[in-house]
Unconditional design. Structure first.
Length: 157
């Protein structure tokens, strides 16, 4: 059974909502999933106990990480994630901030790569200006594809 952790930073609840949907889809395929607000991570090395690490952040200001994620990021950067599968996700506002759309997601993905994690799926970038039903469909589709990729990686060894 694949052990997965989903860590998110959320102000308005959107990133938490995305995390819950991803978690539901993963659990439906027998993944052992832990979902945590980034403020609940007491020791970043906790991430090393999981096969799959998913980190999500909303984007604030001019392409910045969510406040709590910004505090966590230096700790994340110290980890050696070699041998871990990972992906980043988060919401953004494509209409209001087209130049900074989901830049926080890019920052997280870059951090994961620098830490040695294998990015198993291109980042999920959810446009908050889209209708909620359409966003949920996008999230579920991404999570289903993630499961396929993770299972292939785990089988390959």
């Amino acid at each position: 059974m694949v052990k997965a952790i989903i860590v998110y930073g959320s102000n308005s609840g959107e990133t938490e909502w995305i995390s819950e949907i991803i978690g539901d889809v993963l659990r439906s395929k027998n993944f052992n999933v832990k979902i945590k607000d980034v403020t609940e991570i007491e020791d970043p090395e906790e991430l090393l106990n999981y096969d799959l690490i998913l980190i999500g952040s909303s984007t604030w200001g001019l392409g910045e990480l969510q406040e709590n994620m910004k505090t966590f990021e230096p700790e994340l950067q110290k980890l050696n994630l070699a041998g871990k599968l990972a992906a980043a996700f988060g919401p953004g506002d494509k209409q209001g901030y087209p130049d900074y759309f989901c830049k926080a997601v890019d920052i997280i993905e870059d951090d994961l790569v620098r830490c040695g994690a294998e990015i198993v799926m291109p980042a999920l970038k959810v446009d908050e200006s889209e209708d909620r039903e359409k966003r949920e469909e996008q999230i579920r589709k991404w999570a289903e594809e993630l499961i396929k990729e993770v299972n292939e990686e785990m089988e390959a060894g």
